[in-house]
Write a protein that binds this ligand. Structure first.
Ligand SMILES: C[S@@+](CC[C@H](N)C(=O)[O-])C[C@H]1O[C@@H](n2cnc3c(N)ncnc32)[C@H](O)[C@@H]1O
Length: 448
């Protein structure tokens, strides 16, 4: 049995644990990655995370179910006062503090909370430290889907940059760790290349910290010069993603000529990510020259759609979050008629002994009671989520940047032996009819 700790990106388990990466969700679109620690006895204040929504000692975040809401903590007043005294070095602090243990004492703060979430590539992208422009979730989900990346596939990525795409690709290909009895199936891997040494080191350190070693291999290399081959049998890639300033310079290294970095047994799919159309033109020209086919370019224009039900009608009067105005002239007239009928009904009843003020009050009370009853009845009957008109509007603030994605396909390697094998296996049969009208199947393989 291997002692490898499973990556929290793949198998986070039911609860948080020491050493795990956790994403603190402060608010929508604001995530903070933290590695949870057991308190450090020599420096307990180091085990506290300070955010704009309050402070969170690691102890409050450990061993709780993922997704829990955690209330902020504050240093207890007594503890804080002692700290101040100690700072000022006042003489009166000494006797009181003589047997004082230095650990700060925390108590629940009156406001502020976070949710502690297991890491996912999406949350990592939202919270990671930007060392370069990154590929955002809407883009990489489209890229991985269009490249048909599946568990067990091998992906080449260049450059690694901030590691945003790397994490998404790792999850897409993951089919087990090496050395854990999963060798019967092909193990998915990401071969990442980066020529900027500090960035390469940072991605490598993050990959190790996130338990993704064995799934992701980070290589320090200039791919324009040295290409992607890592020995005679590696990487054998099924898909390639190039996020480089000049992808056309790297394309010549992605050929079927041995030693090739591509899997000879599968069709290779490629995607290049470029911020301007001139780069796309150069890439497409080179792809054509090198025999790539099915070349397609997409311009990405993301919009977030807010889809909801718009509830406008007097029928929704009294319900929350609705617009209880008449939605049409007919509705307005029906409503007025109804009110008129009610008023006449009320005035026409019983002996008229009340003063006008009393009458008005009684009328209002009756109308109020009726209305309350009607609202309660409607609330019971209505399926508000199905009511009204379905409308949508777009939000502009989605995180992404203008980009052009160029996709292409390189057919699998094809040798004379492959051709022969397939001709035998898939021999073409033709039908011939004799003079009796009987049909016989003829194998015309020999004639070809
Ligand atoms: C836009 S960033 C990639 C961002 C990355 N895809 C992500 O999602 O975080 C481009 C990276 O390509 C690297 N790069 C540029 N030319 C390179 C080359 N010839 N070989 C390897 N990496 C290169 C740069 O150092 C940079 O980090």
């Amino acid at each position: 049995m291997s002692s490898r700790k499973p990556s929290p990106f793949f198998t986070p388990g039911p609860t948080t644990y020491p050493g795990s990466l956790a994403m603190l969700s402060l608010k929508r679109d604001l995530q903070m990655p933290v590695v949870l620690q057991t308190p450090n006895p020599t420096d307990p204040t180091a085990s506290v995370i300070h955010t704009r929504f309050g402070s969170f000692p690691h102890t409050t975040l450990l061993n709780i179910p993922w997704g829990s809401q955690v209330i902020a903590s504050q240093q207890s007043k007594r503890d804080a006062a002692r700290g101040k005294k100690r700072k000022r070095g006042t003489a009166d602090a000494a006797p009181d503090d003589a047997d004082d243990n230095d650990s700060p004492v925390f108590e629940t703060a009156s406001s502020g909370f976070v949710h502690v979430l297991p890491p996912t590539p999406e949350l990592w992208t939202a919270g990671l430290q930007h060392r370069t422009q990154v590929v955002y979730t809407p883009d990489y989900s489209f890229v991985l889907q269009r490249l048909r990346v599946r568990p067990g596939d091998v992906v080449i990525e260049a450059g690694a940059g901030s590691g945003s795409f790397t994490h998404a690709a790792a999850r897409a290909v993951f089919s087990g760790y090496p050395g854990e009895g999963a060798e019967k199936r092909r193990l998915g891997q990401v071969f990442s290349f980066e020529y900027h040494e500090p960035r390469c080191e940072s991605v490598r350190a993050e990959i190790a910290e996130h338990g993704l070693e064995g799934v992701v291999e980070v290589n320090y290399r200039d791919v324009y010069e040295e290409g992607f081959t890592l020995g005679p049998e590696a990487p054998r890639a099924d898909a390639v993603f190039l996020d480089l300033p000049a992808p056309w310079l790297a394309l010549r290294h992605l050929s079927r000529t041995e030693p090739s970095p591509l899997n000879p047994a599968t069709t290779t799919r490629i995607c290049t990510f470029s911020p301007c159309i001139e780069q796309v033109q150069r890439t497409v020209t080179t792809l054509r020259e090198l025999g790539w086919t099915s070349i397609v370019m997409y311009e990405l224009q993301h919009r977030r759609l807010d889809v909801r039900r718009e509830l406008v009608s007097v029928a929704y009067d009294g319900l929350r979050g609705v617009n209880s105005n008449a939605a049409s002239v007919d509705e307005a007239l029906t409503r007025l008629r109804h009110l008129e009928e009610k008023t006449m009904e009320f005035h026409g009843k019983g002996k008229d002994t009340d003063t006008p003020a009393k009458k008005e009050k009684k009328g209002k009370d009756a109308v109020g009671r009726d209305k309350q009853e009607a609202i309660r009845r409607r609330e019971r009957e209505l399926q508000v989520w199905k009511e009204g008109r379905l409308v949508h509007r777009t939000e502009q603030d989605i995180k992404t940047h203008t980009s052009y994605l160029t996709f292409a396909v390189l057919p699998r390697a094809w040798s004379k032996e492959d051709e022969e094998r397939c001709r035998k296996k898939w021999a073409v049969k033709t039908d011939t009819e004799d003079s009796n009208g009987d049909v016989t199947m003829k194998d015309d393989d020999a004639e070809v």
